[in-house]
Design a protein around this ligand. Sequence first.
Ligand code: SF4
Ligand code: SF4
Length: 307
Amino acid sequence: MRMDREQVSPDRLWIEDTIRDFIATSPCNTMKDESGEAAWDYALVGFASGADPIWQQYKEYVGPFHWTPWEVFNQHSPEEPAASEALTVISWILPQRERVRKANRRVKKYPSEAWARIRIYGEAFNAALRRHMVKRLRERGYMAIAPMLVPNWTVVKSERFSYASSWSERHAAHAAGLGTFGLCDGLITAKGKAMRAGSVVAKISIQPTPRPYADHRAYCLFFVEGTCGKCIDRCPVRAITERGHDKEKCRQHLVRTRKYVKDTYRFEGYGCGLCQVGVPCEAAIPVKAAREALERGELPPAPPPLA
Ligand code: SF4
Ligand code: SF4
């Protein structure tokens, strides 16, 4: 819940300020086009305990290859091991800027140039932010690792999900109270689902962000009210249906966008995200009751298990 700056621990304030400063000052924060505009304006930040049972639930739901914070941290920090209770997952959301969302709203099959630039250069900034946070935390005396950047992070074929990875930024963000999943698999945050997410795992004690939802789909109109389904029609390859998101169809389309981006925009890139824009959850929580409860700072009863 929202707290005044005086109530927040100095470490948490320092982490939030460090992320904010990097966004404001890093030369990596660029779309690399003639506009000279930054890729990102700001971040939402959340915290989850390494001992939160949700990590084990993810493992059971996604598969044994999916890491808990304890597993990934201790694999890559043998010189400074830590118990689950000693770890905090620091997660952030980088909401897509209005100009980028607007550009992608207009397209019907392939990504706009702005969106494709964010997919490549905006994500390069996100990787730089992960490295920066690891470095700054270590300098402050807190061992940290970025799960997406460790050499054995991988994507595996999964019977249940087509494919799945050993760490998911969206799932980390969900655990850290930053959003819930939509029909298209995207994470709907307080600033919508047009965003990119990042995280690091650190041996530091920060009070976890309470999850302001009792269900992992609480912000999607389709699941809550049985309405919407707008992301179904936005997808150019029908990879979204009322049954959910077909990851393999989506992946195949992403592969095809490489040629389009190179031929049209003249750089090596790819992307899609058509289902993230031109929909009610693009830049806000579309479920009115959930949005208003969050604005009032209300918490639901303890959430049930994910699966
Ligand atoms: S567009 Fe509608 S159905 Fe699709 S994720 Fe958003 S709220 Fe849910
Ligand atoms: S990213 Fe593109 S291809 Fe994949 S589900 Fe969304 S609209 Fe469809």
